[in-house]
Structure formats: C-alpha cells, structure tokens
Ligand binder design. Sequence first.
Ligand SMILES: Cc1cc2nc3c(=O)[nH]c(=O)nc-3n(C[C@H](O)[C@H](O)[C@H](O)COP(=O)(O)OP(=O)(O)OC[C@H]3O[C@@H](n4cnc5c(N)ncnc54)[C@H](O)[C@@H]3O)c2cc1C
Length: 445
Amino acid sequence: MSDARAPTGSEGKAIESTTTVVIGAGHSGLAASHFLSDRSIDHVVLERGDVANSWRRERWDSLRLLTPNWQSRLPGLRYEGSDPDGYMTMGEVIEFIERFAKVSRAPVRTGVNVTSVRWADDGYHVTTSRGEIHARTVVIATGACNEPSVPRFHDAVPASVEQLTPFGYRDPAQLPEGGVLVVGASATGVQLAAELKRSGRPVTLSVGEHVRLPRTYRGRDVLWWMDASGLWDQRSDEIEDLTRARRLPSPQLVGTPERTTLDLNALAAMGVELVGRWAAIRDGRALFSGGLRNAFSLADLKMERLLDAFDEWAKTGGFEAEAGPPERFASTRPPESPRLQLDLRSGAVRAIVWATGFRPDYGWLDVPVVDAKGQLRHEGGAVDSPGLYALGLPVLRRRRSTFICGIEDDAREVIEHLAHFLAAPGDPARRILRPLRRATARVRL
Ligand SMILES: Cc1cc2nc3c(=O)[nH]c(=O)nc-3n(C[C@H](O)[C@H](O)[C@H](O)COP(=O)(O)OP(=O)(O)OC[C@H]3O[C@@H](n4cnc5c(N)ncnc54)[C@H](O)[C@@H]3O)c2cc1C
C-alpha cells in the first residue's frame, strides 16, 4: 500500500511520503514492522542508533534478562538454544533482536534521529536528522526507559560524592574505592547492590516500595507461574488502578545460571546495609524514611497473596499433581535499628548509584498527547490523536506488555487497528481493547 501523494516541505521541496513511520528499532518497533509487512502496509522503521540500541548502550555489563529464555518470544521467532531455562546476556539479547530484524526483513534505517513529529496534511510530518517524511500513521516504539528518573534533590549531594545512573554504570571497577549508596530496590537496585558488595565495597541500599518475588516457586521459574496462570494476560482495562500498575517497580529478580533468589534477606546476609526510602537531603546529610518495616511487610504480604493465587490456580487448573508442594518464604527481616541519616560529607560514601527507575522521553513529539507526568495519553496503544499509535509501554494492553513476550499480541492488535484506521479513517467505532483471553488467576499486584 503506497501513498502516492508527495507533499512539499517548508522550502517547497517534495518530501518523502510513506503510509507508516515506525520510530525505534527495539523489539517493539520491529514487531510493528512485522505485522505491517504482513498486511503489505508501506512503512519505514527509523532508528537513531543501531537495531537494539538500548540493549547496546544503556545497560550494564553483567546484566542478564530476568525473564527466562523460553519466554523470549517474538512474532515468528522463538528461542531455540540449548538452555530454555537460562537468562540471556546482553550480547545474546542483541543477537536475538538483530536476528528478528533480519528474518522479518524490517525496512530499518539506522542512524536516523527523529527530532519532531507534528500533525500535518491529514497525517504526520516527521522531521529527522536525515530529512523529512510525511506519513498517514506513526507508531511510537521509542521505549519506556529513555532516561533515568532521579529525584530532584540529587543536586544537593556534595560534589565529593560521585553520582551514577544505570545508564552510566558498567561495572564496579568504574567507581572510586569506598562505600556506595544504592538508591532503589527494584530489579536494578538489588542487582547493582549485590554486584558492588561482591566487589568488596561497603554498600548501603535505600529501600522504598518494592516487589518481592522468589526466583523459583514449586519447582518452576516464578515467571512461568505468571505466564501459565494467565495473570500476565490480565487486560489493561480490567485493572483497577491502571496508573499504579503502570508505575509498579520491576520485581526483585536476577537472571543467574544458579537461579538464585535475590531478595532483601539475601542482600542483608551478604552484608548490605538496608535503610529506608531516601526522603530528603539536609546540610549534606541523606535523610531516610523510618518506614522500612512497613515497606517490608507490604511487599511480603503482596508476595503471599500472589503465591496464594498461584496455589489456587494450580488446584483449579489441574496442575496440583505436577507441581512441587506449596512453599512459603521467611518474612523480610528488618535491621534492628535502621539508620535514619547518613552524612555524605564524612567520606563513608564515595559514590551514589541512582536505581530509581526510568522514564520515557517525548521531547521530540510536537503533538499534544503527553500528560503532566510525561506519559503518553493512549488507550491500549491508540494514542489520543488519529493515526498515532504506541507500542512497548508498561501494561499497554495487558500485564505482559511490559516484557518482550508481550509484544506479539500487542503489535498484532495495534497494527490491526491501524489498518482499520487507514481503511476507514472517519470510523471511530472500532474499540482497540477487545476482549482478550481472561486471566484465570486473579490478584491485585
Ligand atoms: C534494565 C532493564 C532490564 C530489562 N529486563 C527485561 C527482561 O529481563 N525481560 C523483558 O522482557 N524485558 C525487560 N526489560 C523491559 C523491556 O523489554 C525493555 O525496556 C525493552 O528495551 C523495550 O523494548 P522497546 O523496543 O519497546 O524499546 P527500546 O528497546 O528502548 O527501543 C526503542 C528504540 O527507539 C530508539 N529511539 C528512541 N528515540 C528515538 C528517536 N527520537 N528517533 C529515533 N529512534 C529513537 C532507541 O534508540 C531504541 O533503539 C528491561 C528494561 C530495562 C530498562
């Protein structure tokens, strides 16, 4: 399907025209391309770096996926290696996504930075570092983690303390000798705290709201349970507090060959000092919340509820005989008297690693569809502007959307909606969120 019109640019020159521009060549943009090609919709995929750019440039050296290999499923491509229960290294993830780009013959243009997208002439005018394109539809697949999200008070940290984010961190050797304060106890924070502690440094971990999970449960990877029980299929419009679900921190999981559980008890046993949420900084002192015990109890309670839901599903779903016996895990042990402040001028802490989450960057998007919190306004991937779509955002259409294994269904359905829009642009009747397979295990995460 090729767009015959050739609008003119600001200098009167004819500009390139295509039906769909996909922005970003991570797995989400490539999946969009796969389904666009299936429907013979003329498109290009614009990528500012290389294919799988964020895995190449924005991750640390030791990182492995926390989702097992068998869960790395993309449209038409499955993991076929010898270790389905293992966890991919960054090199393996890059290879896997590159292979996907190759087999799906995605029309990717690398080294093309999109600097503006605006509504124009019954479509969108896309300005890039290599020229201008007019497209009737645009798929935003630029990722949800373009920038580290760091509290504003970071600028009050004394200059003698080095500050890093996961984007700048590669390995422990990069940090000055001495103590490290890791802020945030989601997957990134617990993994970096463990790595830094193993490198011989004193490590303090500041813990706020977190999601605790065992690596394995009743003999299976805990993410197998999420998948098999249908919990990850819970649809976004069935979730009571969707905003909260979309902002949920990543679970405390690490992908290691030994399938170890990396929870706060494990970190405390390694000698990591646990402190509360970093609330403020005053006169060079970090002030931590006293609510550590509550944060622990809440995470323990939610984990118990989740495991109860898995047990219930095993019973009703006929999996009881196959699974090992139900397990329960020791509560998270609070330190006797957690420290409430830390003098950052004392020299005890030489570096801070902010593992406080990530946020998307839509600075290039000149369509008024970004809310005050910097998030795209969309319903199941249909952005609040005709012909504009998004893929690859947390809980976009269902809980599994956050992960690689969620893209296949999401991309198929979003591109189906896009195709309908192209065929009948004035018909608003087609709802993007049609009933999906119902989740069988129900629990509030
Ligand atoms: C630390 C970390 C660990 C994760 N671990 C897992 C895991 O174990 N399992 C799992 O399933 N998921 C994991 N995820 C979540 C998710 O799979 C990744 O965030 C994934 O990279 C998202 O893919 P994507 O294609 O949507 O976005 P990205 O991979 O971020 O791709 C977006 C692409 O868009 C490009 N781009 C951005 N802006 C522009 C622009 N203006 N012009 C042109 N190109 C642009 C970028 O260069 C990039 O290549 C993890 C995420 C993080 C941050």
